[in-house]
Design a protein around this ligand. Structure first.
Ligand code: KG4
Ligand code: ZN
Length: 358
């Protein structure tokens, strides 16, 4: 089955052709990073206008690269949510028009489920039950996946996503946008034990995560020790590199420590670490060590598949399409789309005034 995947949830316009959910025939990504860089973050209105310009050419490029035409495609998979509303609408409307015009099946895909399927191409098949740590700029969750397509959130961030914390701390240190890759570079020459930042403790005992306190701790350290942000063209100062390394080490300890604790309890057969932050080699090293201690295989996507792409959307779409699922022409973008379909504790947590972000 040949699936055309389309992704436009944030600042990447992407299209891919994937065969049988595991073979990439093409994967094209137009990144808007340069356009948003002067603003220090994604400007939603600019992002949707740019998607509108790019989506047609990018989809056509994905077909020509794969040596195919629209007629060869069996179905279309598109990111339906979560994400920025304007950005999502461009992809969803384009995919709907295409599906209608060509008379082909359409499936709306949850972007986070896409990240789970980003490991489907370069690793052995996932064995269930699996445990997936999804760490991106907008989301940080650990999912228990007892069988394919079943998701329960077993840990979530109570405030910032891990990638968001990387981006904000990089901004405070004067390092630019996006923060994750720059902090990782800086951290290479820094001492991760120099500043002692403590891990967030959740008072109600849930295995949740929190990164906003860490961000404040970095700001407080800079204020109390008169650390000025890095100036753009200067040679990086040692204290900035030490701060980057100490911050990164704390985030990695928190993510991997939480995943390991949960894995010890649930004993999954596969561990998955995916999303933009999964590019981070320190995180990969620490997660690999945890996998070895646990005796559980651990899968990561390669760099191209870690950040937003359409191949992962096509792979997730394939899983639904092969079960006979289809989206009608009535689907629309869903900004708050959730990926949790059993033992959902949301209502109970809200009653107990547990605030968190999915
Ligand atoms: O998955 P993604 O491309 O977009 C979302 O769905 O959010 O993730 C983007 C996030 C950004 O916050 C970026 O700073 C972070 O992933 N990131 C990294 C690294 N590369 C990207 N974080 C830490 N280390 C990296 N090497
Ligand atoms: Zn993403």
């Amino acid at each position: 089955m040949l699936i055309l995947g389309i992704e436009s949830s944030c600042d990447e316009t992407a299209a891919a052709v994937v065969q049988d959910g595991c073979e990439i025939l093409s994967s094209v990504i137009a990144s808007q990073i340069e356009m948003h860089r002067p603003w220090g973050g994604v400007v939603p209105e600019m992002a949707s206008r740019e998607h509108l310009e790019k989506i047609g050419p990018i989809v056509r490029e994905s077909l020509t690269t794969a040596n195919l035409t629209f007629d060869d495609i069996d179905a279309i998979a598109v990111t339906q949510g979560p994400g920025l509303i304007g950005s999502l609408l461009v992809g969803v409307c384009y995919a709907k028009s295409l599906a209608y015009g060509l008379g082909k099946p359409l499936i709306g895909v949850n972007h986070i489920e896409g990240h789970v399927y980003s490991v489907a191409f370069e690793n052995p098949p996932v064995q269930y039950p699996a445990l997936a740590l999804i760490v991106s700029g907008g989301h940080t969750n650990i999912f228990h996946i007892p069988s394919e397509g079943q998701y329960k959130v077993v840990s979530r961030t109570r405030d910032d996503a891990a990638g968001e914390a990387f981006d904000k701390v990089a901004k405070m240190l004067g390092l630019g946008y996006p923060g994750g890759p720059i902090i990782e570079q800086m951290a290479k020459r820094g001492d991760p034990g120099k500043m002692k930042f403590s891990l967030a403790k959740i008072s109600d005992g849930r295995p949740d995560l929190s990164f906003s306190g860490l961000k404040t701790a970095v700001a407080k350290y800079m204020r109390e020790n008169n650390v000025a942000p890095q100036l753009t063209d200067d040679e990086p100062r040692q204290e900035i590199m030490d701060l980057a390394a100490s911050f990164q080490a704390t985030v990695v300890r928190s993510l991997v420590g939480t995943m390991e604790k949960i894995a010890l309890e649930l004993r999954p057969r596969t561990l998955i670490v995916a999303g933009g932050v999964a590019c981070n080699l320190n995180l990969q090293d620490a997660a690999n060590s945890a996998g070895e201690r646990l005796g559980i295989p651990i899968y990561f996507p390669s760099k191209h598949l870690s950040t937003d792409n359409a191949a992962m959307i096509a792979a997730a779409g394939f899983a639904h399409l092969k079960n006979g699922e289809r989206s009608g022409m009535g689907i629309t973008a869903d900004v708050t789309m959730r990926l949790q379909n059993f033992e959902n504790e949301d209502a109970e947590l809200r009653k107990r005034r547990v605030h968190y972000r999915l």
